[in-house]
Ligand binder design. Structure first.
Ligand SMILES: C[S@@+](CC[C@H](N)C(=O)[O-])C[C@H]1O[C@@H](n2cnc3c(N)ncnc32)[C@H](O)[C@@H]1O
Length: 254
């Protein structure tokens, strides 16, 4: 899936806000070995690394486009590699802190994924994950519904992106069963105040729209984009647009 750092970075302050909430939950100790799953451009990985004295931080991501930016954020004891979360979980290595901001919603089967991620945290270590509550977000539901309309349904062979994200009660249960001694699990609304529905489209086009455009080619991709923009304008006719973007934060300590 072709990520565009430029499009993604259009809403930096809005996208950074939940990262800061997540970073506030880190139990800062010197000399931590840290992994950032789905680190993107590495800009936020660098902020995390700079908060942790004498830490060694490693960021992984599948996107060459996003990682191409990471050179600007590299420094001693902060490195990046092109690797998927799933590949990383197959490597028998544990970390003091496993961190992931706005990435695990792209990995499937969270009932297996979350325990697998926790198994990579050393005893005495910490897990920190932030993800959008996609399954409750209107803009995602609208994409899903549009993909089921013709001509897109046939072009996509009935495929739509089904969110793997679970309710927070279930994440709490998974953390408990994965031997977390304490946890902080909550949902929070990050209010987006956007100029108009076009700006909301720009927000979605940096992330959730990507898997649809990857599968629809040429004119159909343009048609899908236009139809989605029209639906957003109908659903959010006022300017500015207020959009209550709901996110999930998971913290577990072992
Ligand atoms: C919304 S961006 C977040 C990037 C960064 N963590 C941040 O907060 O700025 C999501 C990132 O997850 C990456 N990603 C998606 N699926 C992935 C997977 N299965 N393994 C590793 N990275 C993945 C994408 O390439 C993208 O860079």
């Amino acid at each position: 899936m072709a990520w565009s750092p430029e499009t993604y970075n259009k809403f930096k302050s809005e996208r950074f806000a939940p990262f800061y909430d997540l970073m506030d939950l880190v139990k800062v100790k010197p000399g931590l070995h840290v992994i950032d799953l789905g680190c993107g451009t590495g800009e936020l990985t660098r902020k995390l690394a700079d908060k942790l004295p004498d830490s060694r931080v490693f960021g992984i991501d599948t996107s060459p486009e996003m990682l191409a930016e990471s050179d600007a954020f590299k420094r001693t004891h902060l490195n990046f590699a092109q690797r998927s979360i799933e590949e990383q979980l197959g490597i028998p290595q544990q970390w003091d802190l496993v961190f992931s901001n706005a990435a695990v919603q792209w990995a499937e089967n969270h009932r297996e994924l979350i325990p697998n991620i926790v198994s990579k945290v050393r005893s005495g270590g910490q897990l920190l994950i932030q993800m959008p509550a996609q399954h409750h977000n209107i803009s995602n539901q609208m994409l899903h519904e549009l993909a089921l309309e013709e001509p897109f349904r046939s072009a996509l062979n009935g495929w739509t992106r089904t969110s793997p994200v679970l309710d927070i009660d279930e994440y709490a249960q998974l953390l408990f069963e994965s031997r977390c001694r304490t946890m902080t699990v909550f949902e929070k609304i990050y209010p987006l105040v956007l100029q108009d529905a076009t700006a909301l489209f720009d927000w979605v086009s940096g992330t959730a729209l990507l898997p649809y455009l990857e599968r629809l080619q040429g004119e159909l991709a343009t048609e899908f984009t236009n139809e989605y923009q029209k639906k957003l304008r109908d659903r959010f006719p006022k300017a500015p647009v207020f959009y209550p973007f709901k996110r999930i934060i998971l913290e577990g300590s072992l």
